[in-house]
Design a protein around this ligand. Structure first.
Ligand SMILES: [Zn+2]
Length: 406
């Protein structure tokens, strides 16, 4: 068995292990050979045995993989997988250690002064918007274009569906053409779903296609849904290139996409920077407000995750915090708690609890500064080639080494 195959098999077993304990598999996507499919990995899901097997995987990576970036990438992924198993086997891992061991980044809490500054910036941006105070202004801003129920389903399945074709064209014209390389894109299908802890999710199905699901339980805003498309479409795009590298170069390990590793930092960071990649006009007053609100809520969400998971604060208290500082209604705040709470509503460990960090850290500390630097040096073509053609650049562990040419 090759090291790549061994890696795919272990990911599949850990997926079964996390699904048994949390209801969610850490396998986000799989498009490799049927014999290696996660559901066919019947080996033990006992934590001690899995940890031993990850140990032998690590030995093989060190002994067999000569490409330096590929080796570092796989070692990083393997150590994240170890952390997943240690965490769920109930060893009582402190939250900061969990975040560091999964994502290879430091957990950062945002100081109140930074959140206040962002709030004042928003106040300036919204000076001319209707409403008595900032909270009312934000509420009225959100009400414009609010949709729910069947109207929201239609928005997802018709408007977003056709908008995604445009976004696919934008990637072709503005990103892939610079790279002088082509990739098959069989598109994204849009579906409205219920009863999920997240707002939207990109399922990469293999065969160069994705399904994007949008949660329609909560009312949504038409404009912000249209903005979310850039994020979700970038996930689709990054998987297209990953599948192409798997098919063309026979890197078996690329055929599985595990959650909760250093890969997620770059994946979410790049998705959150898609608007910049595509040069979306962000200068209109509404767009600026969206951007400022978005930065604010990402910070508040991270602080809320720390309050719940490190400090053990209860959900009502944390919902108050999100509502007050993130300028959300109490109902919206409660909806956001499902994603960060240490336990799910049915009392299991919430697999998503450490995930809130990936977006902001991935964008602010990794992808955006590198993208800006590439722009300054007139090196965007090489930036995209490194990001999409070198699949092993896409991890918090290998990012700076992959871009050391810049
Ligand atoms: Zn995402």
């Amino acid at each position: 068995m090759s090291t790549g195959e061994q890696y795919v098999r272990i990911c599949g077993r850990i997926g079964r292990f996390t699904e048994r304990l949390t209801g969610v598999s850490i396998v986000d996507a799989y498009f490799g050979p049927p014999s290696l499919a996660p559901e066919r990995q019947t080996g033990s899901t006992e934590p001690d045995i899995i940890l031993q097997d990850i140990g032998s995987l690590v030995d093989n990576i060190e002994g067999n993989i000569r490409n330096r970036l590929r080796r570092e990438y796989l070692l990083g992924e393997a150590s994240s997988l170890q952390a997943v198993v240690r965490w769920l086997s109930g060893t009582g891992m402190p939250y900061a250690e969990l975040v560091r061991d999964l994502f290879h980044v430091e957990m950062k809490q945002f100081p109140a002064a930074l959140i206040d500054r962002q709030t004042r910036y928003l106040e300036e941006l919204m000076a001319e918007f209707p409403g008595r105070d900032l909270r009312e202004k934000v509420e009225m801003f959100r009400k414009q274009g609010e949709v729910s129920g069947e109207a929201l389903r239609t928005l997802v399945e018709h408007d977003l569906q056709s908008r995604s074709v445009d976004v696919g064209d934008m990637f072709q014209k503005q990103v892939f053409s610079l790279m002088h390389s082509r990739v098959t894109d069989n598109g994204v299908e849009y579906r409205a779903v219920s009863d999920k802890p997240w707002g939207g999710y990109n399922y990469y199905k293999g065969g160069f296609r994705s399904v994007n699901e949008f949660n329609i339980d909560r009312p949504a805003n038409r404009d912000s849904m249209l903005l979310l498309i850039y994020h979700e479409y970038e996930h689709h795009v990054s998987n297209l290139w990953r599948e192409k590298a798997y098919v063309g170069k026979k890197y078996t390990e690329l055929s599985i996409v595990p959650l909760h590793t250093g890969r997620c930092i770059i994946s979410e960071g790049a998705a959150d920077t898609a608007k910049e990649f595509l040069n979306v006009d962000q200068t209109s007053p509404r767009m600026k407000v969206y951007d400022a609100l978005y930065a604010l809520i990402r910070m508040v969400h991270i602080n809320a995750a720390i309050m719940m998971n490190r400090d053990g604060r209860d959900s009502e208290e944390v919902a108050d915090y999100i509502s007050e500082h993130g300028l959300r209604t109490k109902e919206m705040a409660r909806g956001m708690i499902d994603f960060i709470a240490p336990r799910t509503r049915d009392g299991r460990v919430n697999l998503w609890a450490p995930y809130a960090f990936t977006y902001h850290i991935g964008r602010a500390d990794f992808v955006l500064p590198t993208f800006r630097k590439a722009e300054e040096h007139d090196s965007l073509a090489e930036f995209y080639r490194t990001l999409y053609l070198n699949p092993f650049s896409g991890s918090s562990v290998t990012w700076s080494e992959a871009f050391d040419w810049l």
